[in-house]
Write a protein that binds this ligand. Structure first.
Ligand code: GDP
Ligand code: MG
Length: 789
């Protein structure tokens, strides 16, 4: 029977996995292994994907992928699989006799004598790494409750008991294999940077799957301490764990912590120092026993490796042997310089074949099975599951949120509340800021003598910066929502219910999260695509994200919608957002049907339990974004405003001519605007709006400040009135302008991010050309349609 045939509420036992290597490896590390019980919990509103419960947590899987997992009812499975493989759990490393010091097993590293400790945080997505990081380093790194908020490593430093501790928050991974970009990133970090100590955060309430990663750290013989995080959840479930005994068994100290409140973190740091000073009695270098067959193949391979003197010292010989046997892709990179590599690979390939023949499963499966066997053995003696069903609440909420009939309405309602609040509630503080800047302008005008300086300060700096600063409240509210959705766990549900639709675009439900974040800012959104394993899906998502109208475009849209469509402003805004989405969908389909024809990466996504967002984390996130925006105002926007003012003030008109807005037509800015005017004319644009499009390239908010400078009048009215009175725009050309700005590439920073994230300038260039062309064509069409009315 196939897993996909299981009905909601039914339970079965996994007996076999098929599908290609990457798929199998991926779902094995997520806990889908032979002999494991799995329950089908809930279909998403469109029936695909399905939420399954396995190893004490929830995961979302597409039907097509569930088809590759063969299951049987419990009784039958028992007969088919026989008794669970039992391993004499472990053995102490013979070479170092378990001492686990850095000098053992070829590690010719001199322990640093200074008092700087480099620590790396490693753990599953959502295991609380960032929470630990924030609690100890006090950084404003964002904390979120869905897989992949931490898309880049972040380092912080602090002093503790006479030591300077540098701590790096690495991306979350389920293992340190080489299938996803994060995994490769983590592995390279451990290899290249050689952190002194690893803090492995393990979710106490989901310990079995989380320890899988720990077994890899054991293989790597890194000096590790396990932070048994979310210990509060474990206690609440009534479970019991003898963590000291567990630590002694696996040769790694285990410290219970509650990162959210900071409890236990002192003890954790004490152990870090103990490990660094080499006076911890728990740490031992142990070997996980992979069973006779695999051990039998590992021995001769290790012997061969020992002969070489160019083997990297970072990891022990046994680790390299294991990875060679698994025919790991990354290892070929890391051992490239070894002369004997081809020789080893041919030995390993033969070994792998023999394992396959003898065990009737491939090496990777056999090793995963053994790892879980080891974990089970260790937990059997130290862990008692709780009797309280702590998952009940999450299940209840999910039944509502992912309900067949209610799922989408709830989702749309949440989105609507978000945008309505941003636009409605945001206008009040916006007016205060407007008044503040008007006041400042007046003060400056009275204090400074009339002339160049006054003009620069009043019209250039205060006017330009003020017109951008008024959007701070909107941005704060937007991030309040994004932050709440991430921290509560709703964001992952959004991906769950959207997967079927996203799949139709040729994307993953996971692409939905970056695209949604794109409404905030394209830069972090594009970086968030790192959670997407499939390269093609990832590139497509990166290229369509700029069509999501970011918060920097919001000021322009609000200004124009308010000025030229005063009675339908919200409708216009929503239509623009929807237009952006439609263009994104069409672009994705176009790319999927031309450049990227195939995609086979599995959609396995953890659905974390709902957690109450903490006020502190939410405020931190909001402040973080707000600070970024203010910094942008203080730097890029301020400089650009002054440049624009300069370009529009000079050259000065001859003495005697009437001052006025027409002076700009002879200024530098006018010349540049005029130069591109012919291109923009079919869209009903004049040189001023053409100029604004040019100035929007560094940042979209600059459109508003450009108009602020270009149309500033001495009247008390805002820029909105000035624009209307200028007579430069009709609703028709205003609509074309709105559409152009919406679809035009967002900013330099986004383009730079595209280049780094795709690893190719070509895609960055493509994005510029494609978005500009699409913007022009769509603007032209809107202008034509506008002509009909
Ligand atoms: P990361 O993905 O590993 O960086 O994990 P985060 O630090 O972003 O945390 C994921 C979620 O777990 C957030 O919603 C946190 O509020 C929550 N969390 C972190 N530590 C604890 C804890 O000790 N107890 C509980 N109950 N929740 C926690
Ligand atoms: Mg994180």
């Amino acid at each position: 029977m196939k897993l996909s045939e299981l009905k909601n509420g039914e339970t079965a036992v996994i007996v076999r996995l098929s599908g290609h290597g990457g798929f199998r490896k991926r779902i094995m590390e997520m806990g889908f292994i032979r002999g494991e019980k799995v329950k089908s919990v809930l279909d998403s509103p469109m029936h695909d994907p399905v939420k399954y419960h396995i190893m004490g947590y929830d995961v979302s899987l597409r039907r097509a992928e569930a088809e590759m997992i063969e299951v049987l009812p419990e009784e039958e499975a028992k007969r088919e699989l026989g008794p669970a493989p039992s391993f004499s759990c472990l053995s102490v490393c013979e070479e170092c006799n378990g001492c686990a010091c850095r000098n053992c097993t070829q590690r010719k590293v001199t322990t640093k004598k200074n008092n700087v400790i480099n620590v790396a945080l490693v753990g599953n997505p959502n295991s609380g790494k960032t929470s630990i990081f924030n609690a100890v380093a006090g950084e404003n790194e964002h904390v979120g409750n869905y897989s992949g908020v931490t898309v880049d490593a972040k380092t912080g430093s602090f002093n503790y008991k006479g030591y300077r501790i540098n701590i790096t928050d690495l991306p979350g991974t389920y293992s340190i294999a080489a299938y996803s970009p994060e995994e490769i990133y983590v592995r390279r970090h451990l290899f290249d940077k050689m952190p002194d100590i690893i803090i492995n955060s393990v979710v106490a309430s989901n310990i079995e799957r989380n320890l899988y990663l720990t077994t890899e750290l054991i293989d790597m013989n890194l000096r590790t301490v396990v932070a048994l995080n979310m210990y509060d959840e474990l206690l609440a479930s009534g479970a019991q764990i003898n963590y000291e005994h567990l630590g002694a068994m696996i040769g790694i100290p285990v410290v219970p912590v509650i990162a959210k409140t900071g409890k236990g973190l002192d003890k954790l740091l004490d152990i870090v120092i103990e490990l660094f000073e080499g006076r911890n009695s728990t740490i031992r270098h142990i070997h996980i026993n992979y069973g006779n067959t695999i051990e039998g193949e590992l021995a001769p391979l290790s012997e061969e490796l020992h002969k070489a003197d160019d083997l990297p010292y970072q990891f022990p010989v046994r680790y390299w042997a294991l990875k060679l046997l698994e025919q790991d892709k990354e290892v070929t990179n890391q051992l490239q310089h070894c002369l004997a590599l081809p020789h080893w690979q041919s030995i390993a390939a033969k070994s792998a074949k023999r394992v396959q023949q003898r065990l009737n499963i491939d090496v990777e499966t056999a090793i995963s099975d053994a790892k879980y066997g080891f974990i089970n053995g260790a937990l059997q003696e130290t862990y008692t599951a709780g009797s309280k069903d702590t998952n009940k609440q999450t299940r209840r909420i999910d039944r509502l949120v992912a309900n067949r009939w209610l799922g989408f309405p709830i989702f749309i309602f949440v989105m609507w509340v978000m945008f309505a609040t941003v636009f409605q509630l945001g206008t009040y503080p916006q007016e205060w800021i407007e008044e503040l800047f008007a006041f400042l302008g007046n003060q400056a005008a009275t204090l400074l003598p009339q002339g160049l300086l006054q003009d620069l300060v009043v019209n250039g700096i205060i006017g330009g910066v003020g017109s951008v600063a008024v959007f701070i409240p909107q941005i704060l509210i937007l991030y309040l929502f994004i932050s709440l959705m991430e921290d509560s766990g709703y964001m992952a549900r959004a991906a769950f219910i959207m997967d079927r639709l996203m799949h139709k675009m040729g994307l993953h439900g996971k692409s939905f999260i970056p695209m949604l974040m794109g409404f905030g800012c394209n830069v972090p959104a594009i970086m968030a695509t790192r959670t997407i394993e499939s390269r093609s899906s990832r590139i497509i998502t990166i290229l369509v994200t700029p069509f999501m109208s970011c918060s920097a475009r919001l000021p322009v849209l609000v200004l124009f919608a308010g000025a030229f469509f005063p009675n339908h402003a919200p409708l216009i805004l929503i239509s623009l957002y929807i237009l952006g989405i439609i263009v994104a969908v069409l672009t994705a389909r176009l790319l999927r049907s031309t450049r990227f024809k195939k995609d086979e990466t599995p959609f396995v996504m953890e659905l974390p339990p709902y957690r109450l967002p903490t006020l502190q984390a939410t405020l931190r996130h909001m402040w973080d974004k707000c600070e970024q925006y203010i910094r942008k105002i203080g730097t890029t926007i301020l400089i650009a405003t002054i440049v624009i003012w300069f370009l529009s003030y000079f050259p000065r008109p001859a003495e005697g001519t009437q001052p006025g807005s027409d002076n700009y037509s002879s200024s530098y800015i006018g010349m540049m605007g005029r130069a591109i005017e012919p291109v923009m004319e079919p869209l009903g644009q004049n040189w001023r709006s053409s100029m604004a499009i040019l100035t929007s390239i560094p940042a979209k908010e600059l459109v508003v400040s450009t108009f602020g400078v270009l149309y500033s009048s001495d009247t008390e009215e805002g820029i909105e009135e000035d624009l209307k009175e200028s007579g430069d725009f009709t609703p028709r050309s205003a609509a074309a302008f709105l559409v152009f700005i919406l679809l035009f590439f967002p900013c330099i920073a986004t383009i730079a991010t595209i280049a780094t994230e795709t690893g190719s300038r070509w895609w960055a260039f493509f994005s510029i050309a494609y978005n500009t062309a699409v913007a022009w064509i769509a603007g032209y069409i809107v202008y034509l349609i506008g002509g009909i009315f």
